[in-house]
Write a protein that binds this ligand. Structure first.
Ligand code: ATP
Ligand code: MG
Length: 583
């Protein structure tokens, strides 16, 4: 491809609205343009990268026996009503009506549609297992679309769904997908790890997220340097300790103290000269029509995802200030566990385990209590693990201090069991002659998010440094001076030879200054470059450099240059560790 024909609208300036480097570079390097919030046009360079990722995904999924199909984007509401998700999905789902006022969703995910297909077409255990996938546009009306294609409202996902007669088969396929994902991300040149995760809207128990580790990632990952435990923040478990306070301790009496106008742990801690870790925070939630008081240590936070799971509710919502006043008889900021009405369910987080002589709200405006003992002054109905971990917390498996890192979730795989097949009546005739609901797995991979994640991990101060396996072109030929017939002729010949050798070549045939061509070459990040100039040609030489290590430039004859690049590119196309990481 010739640059003058390739439609690569590079920019000299950073776009004002781009917060992360991948977004900035995708706009500047002419890969991306925004149409509306979270909605983008992928320009030709970007499309080439997407097609390469698609191809890697297809190869690795075909290898484990998954079959590609294409499901519709437009989903009738009735299907989503069958599983209750028409309501549950809430404002994240884009909805519209047709001319007859029938309701539809623009698919945010495809469990309902694929289960509907399979329940009509697959009758017998003999047809199982079955793994189907598509590469398809998804729509989610994200609250905060941001970071470019990292969190779009319209984006491309590879989603796969597997159907099984029994757990053994589901486990086997789940394991195969997990390995296929590892191969896909490795081939895309990403440093990643898979972690235990929480299921969100999709549901099911066992699930793993694939995290690309970068500081700008929106997800938080806790990992153990010693035993290998790794989990995303909404899943990471606190290490358990006995919740009884140590025996033979001198408990103090419960006493009220005046704390006028002091409503936060920090303020009361300062006033009473007690450490925040000696406080009980009492958080009131409204769940399934009941008020739940969640007790957590004063210096720690509750993770709402963990809380929902611990209490087996779909959605947790803080109680409004009206409800807080009703329940505690006090203003917000003075809630405590002691003496709450009987119909309030009290649960305690393990962060309070083993603690006594605590400070808490007194359920009286302007007062707190000291000397609070859990077990004596309040008996929690349950002990739960709902605390948000912080780096340095002990590993739940081995006790070593956990590392806290940030990551970009690029893939998420789930064992769904019968969560969808049961409500949708999707059954098959099993070997024993009975009808059973399919066991299912589902496997998502954010294609367009992978593009952004790859740039987050592979760039330098001048631009993108594409891993060869997903680069839009493999080699860029740069004639330094388009006025020189000799240079142009040599560059054209090298370009043709590259193409004849099966290399994906880009010839920068613009009449621009050499400096601005180099700047754009750095920005766009093609892994190999062949530079053709008058001075080199005098001794029959051209320069070859790789984008990731421009200083290690080497001189070759034009023929050797092509062969040198070809040999390297062939090795790098399969992906993996051949490209050094930067960024
Ligand atoms: P997140 O937690 O980032 O919102 P999710 O858990 O809701 O994502 P899944 O339902 O697990 O997402 O979707 C599978 C994959 O699709 C994700 O791992 C991610 O790579 C990609 N993805 C999800 N939402 C978006 C989005 N808004 N823009 C781009 N890619 C997305
Ligand atoms: Mg997810």
């Amino acid at each position: 491809m010739r640059w003058t024909r390739a439609f690569i609208p590079t920019l000299k300036e950073d776009p004002a609205d781009a917060e992360v480097v991948s977004h900035r570079l995708m706009v500047r390097a002419g890969l991306l343009r925004q149409v509306a919030r979270g909605i983008y046009s992928y320009l030709p360079l970007c499309q080439r990268v997407i097609l390469k990722i698609d191809e890697i995904v297809r190869q690795e999924l075909e290898r484990i026996g998954a079959i590609e199909l294409m499901l519709p984007i437009l989903h009738p509401a009735e299907l989503w009503r069958e599983t209750g998700r028409w309501d549950l999905y809430g404002p994240l789902m884009m909805r519209l009506a047709d001319r007859h006022d029938r309701q539809y969703a623009l698919g945010p995910t495809h469990e309902e549609v694929v289960t509907d297909l399979v329940r009509h077409e697959v009758r017998s255990y003999r047809q199982l297992p079955l793994s189907l996938y598509q590469i398809q546009t998804k729509f989610r009306d994200e609250i905060r679309p941001r970071f470019g294609v990292m969190r779009g409202r319209e984006f491309t996902m590879k989603d796969a769904y597997s159907f099984h007669a029994d757990e053994v088969s589901l486990d086997a396929t789940y394991g195969e997908f997990r390995e296929a994902y590892s191969r896909i991300f490795t081939r895309c040149g990403l440093a990643f790890r898979d972690v235990e995760a929480s299921a969100g809207e999709i549901g099911g128990d066992v699930n793993h997220e694939f995290m690309v580790l970068v500081d700008t990632g929106e997800s938080v990952v806790f990992s153990c340097p010693s035993c290998g435990y790794a989990a995303s923040s909404g899943r990471a478990e606190a290490a358990r300790v006995a919740h009884e306070p140590p025996a033979g301790r001198d408990a103090k009496p419960l006493e009220e103290v005046a704390t006028p106008g002091k409503t936060t742990v920090e303020e009361v801690s300062e006033l009473l000269a007690r450490d925040p870790s000696e406080f009980v925070k009492t958080l009131l939630f409204q769940m399934d029509g009941r008020t739940v008081a969640v007790l957590v240590r004063g210096d720690r936070e509750i993770d709402e995802e963990k809380l929902g799971r611990a209490l087996a509710v779909d959605r947790v919502e803080m109680a409004g200030s009206e409800r807080v006043r009703e329940v505690t008889g006090a203003d917000v900021g003075f809630a405590g566990p002691h003496g709450l009405p009987k119909d309030v369910r009290v649960v305690a987080d393990y962060s309070l385990a083993g603690r006594g002589n605590l400070v808490a709200g007194a359920n009286r405006t302007g007062f707190h209590v000291t000397g609070l003992e859990i077990g004596r002054d309040v008996e929690p109905e349950d002990w739960i693990d709902a605390v948000r971990l912080v780096g340095g917390d002990p590993c739940p498996r081995c006790g070593t201090a956990l590392d806290e890192t940030r990551g970009i979730e690029v893939g998420h795989i789930f064992k769904l069991g019968t969560k969808y097949s049961e409500p949708m009546g999707a059954t098959f005739l099993d070997e024993d002659g009975t009808q059973k609901p399919f066991l299912m797995g589902c496997y998502g991979l954010g294609i367009t998010r992978v593009v952004a994640a790859a740039i987050e991990q592979n760039h330098d101060e001048n631009g993108i440094v594409w891993p060869t396996a997903i680069a839009p072109y493999e080699v860029e030929i740069i004639p330094l001076n388009m006025d020189s017939a000799r240079v142009v002729e040599a560059a054209e010949r090298i370009y043709e030879e590259c193409r004849a050798e099966g290399l994906e070549a880009l010839l920068d045939d613009r009449a621009d200054r050499a400096g601005s061509k180099f700047a754009d070459a750095d920005l766009v990040g093609i892994p190999w470059r062949i530079v053709v100039g008058d001075r080199g040609l005098e001794s029959g030489m051209v320069e070859v450099a790789r984008r990731s290590a421009r200083k290690d430039m080497a001189r070759f004859s034009p023929e050797e240059a092509v062969q040198h690049v070809r040999a390297n590119v062939i090795r790098e196309r399969r992906g993996g560790a051949s490209e050094p990481k930067s960024g």
